[in-house]
Design a protein around this ligand. Structure first.
Ligand SMILES: [Zn+2]
Length: 440
């Protein structure tokens, strides 16, 4: 880990009292519901169907009267039906791929882009970025929010964006070692791939001068954070976001709450709800994460159910912020596999894999249905530096990892140890799972 000095970007909003914040968000919600109802026909239909009028929303306490929205609203109103402003008021589109095949398309007004930059500046300050820092952005530039979001936020923050975008790992390493940026933004798996490549080529790691890594866009474990920090000597932060709500910057971990994420709740109001009943759950209980992007103009989403499972915590953090924190999301709903009726998250398998120094944190999960039975297998790369050199040793290692996966997930997965560097590498979001069950 590197020594970092952090600061608070916007004390007024990040450190305000909870009552004051609820009052502010209440006012923003009332306005947001009115605007969205008046301008987005799909939302009017939804509220009319639920028998709710915008006038019924008089404070934040009334939020529970409002129906949920979710990714189906994007699918059913593709591409522009979720817009709440005329198209000529937009300055940009972003989109994220939907599991159902249709993209979730989000239009941004100039104010939306400003809001996004504000949210990201708070995260940057939280992760130790300083004015004048060089910021290596290795997220893909394009429809994906990972590249352009941080790019514009650097301008607002006063740091210098290096828009490397994804891919071309040799050039990434050249910039990291020769330009020596202080901060990198990319997916955690791509950071690992960069580190692997530096090590494999026998390059001098001390030439990399990174102080912080702002990693996100995929679920990752604490074990992976430890490994990245110890192998390249930076401090890793978990940035959270989703295109439907804004993009990266909905929240971020601070140096004190490394397995939790501060949510910029004055902009993106979070609730945790019971997946069965939809009722709001109290602090500390596990449920589905719901956001209302009360400040957004282009595509405001009200009570958008991410279906991601987590818990929420209130109260002041050691960093001084009063924004609520959610537990690190180790299972994004879209990644969840149902294997013989059991819910399994790829990160659970990662936790088992990361316990062994004999293997590398590179693995792929394959799911198939054979004779009407779900079968799961995991290919894991051996670590060339420390794998057992006898058949017996390899068998023992295989059985041991299988045992750990079974105790964590409750299902039996067949483990296959493979040659180092034989599995595909990601230069963006890692595809960990090949599910062939429904493709026949
Ligand atoms: Zn904190």
């Amino acid at each position: 880990m590197a020594d970092i000095k952090t600061f608070i970007w916007d004390e007024k909003y990040e450190c305000m009292g909870e009552d004051e914040r609820r009052e502010l968000v209440g006012k923003r919600l009332i306005d947001c519901v009115k605007r969205t109802y008046a301008n987005a026909p799909y939302y009017k239909k939804k509220l009319d169907k639920a028998g709710v009028s915008p006038d019924d929303i008089k404070s934040l306490d009334d939020i529970e009267k409002l129906p949920f929205t979710d990714k189906l609203d994007f699918r059913d109103n593709y591409p522009f039906g979720t817009l709440a402003v005329p198209r000529d008021q937009l300055v940009r589109f972003h989109a994220s791929s939907g599991t159902t095949g249709k993209m979730k398309v989000v239009g941004y007004t100039a104010n939306d882009v400003e809001l996004w930059s504000d949210a990201l500046c708070r995260c940057f300050a939280m992760s130790g970025m300083q004015k004048g820092d060089l910021v290596h952005i290795a997220y893909g530039y394009g429809l994906f929010t990972g590249g352009l979001g941080p790019h514009y936020a650097c301008q607002k923050f006063g740091s210098v964006a290096i828009p490397v975008s994804g891919g071309n790992t040799a050039r990434q390493i050249q910039i990291l070692t020769e330009w020596q940026p202080q901060v990198i933004c990319c997916t955690p798996t791509y950071m690992l791939h960069i580190i692997d490549t530096i090590e494999k080529n026998g390059m001098d790691k001390s030439l990399v001068n990174l102080r912080s890594g702002i990693f996100g866009a995929e679920a990752w474990t604490h074990e992976m954070k430890d490994q990245i920090e110890s192998r390249i000597g930076l401090t890793a932060f978990d940035i959270y976001g989703l295109t439907e709500i804004c993009g990266p910057g909905v929240g971020c971990s601070c140096q004190y709450c490394e397995d939790q994420i501060h949510i910029n709740s004055d902009m993106f109001w979070p609730e945790i709800v019971d997946p069965e009943t939809g009722k709001v759950l109290p602090e500390g209980e596990l449920g589905e994460l719901v956001f209302s992007s009360v400040c957004k103009e282009g595509v405001p989403m009200i009570r958008y159910n991410t279906h991601d499972l987590t818990r929420i915590h209130y109260g002041k953090c050691a960093c001084g912020r009063t924004t609520p924190r959610i537990d690190k999301i180790t299972g994004r709903a879209d990644d969840m596999l149902i294997i013989r009726g059991v819910n399994v998250f790829p990160t659970q398998i990662e936790t088992a894999v990361m316990r062994y120094k004999e293997v590398l944190p590179h693995y792929m999960i394959y799911v198939d249905r054979i004779n009407n039975l779900d079968v799961i297998s995991v290919k894991i790369e051996l670590n060339p530096a420390s794998f057992p050199d006898t058949m017996k040793g390899l068998e023992k290692l295989t059985k041991s990892i299988e045992g750990d996966i079974a105790s964590i997930t409750g299902i039996h997965a067949k483990v296959q140890l493979v040659e180092p560097r034989s599995l595909p590498r990601s230069e963006g979001k890692m595809v960990r799972v090949i599910d062939s069950r429904f493709k026949k």
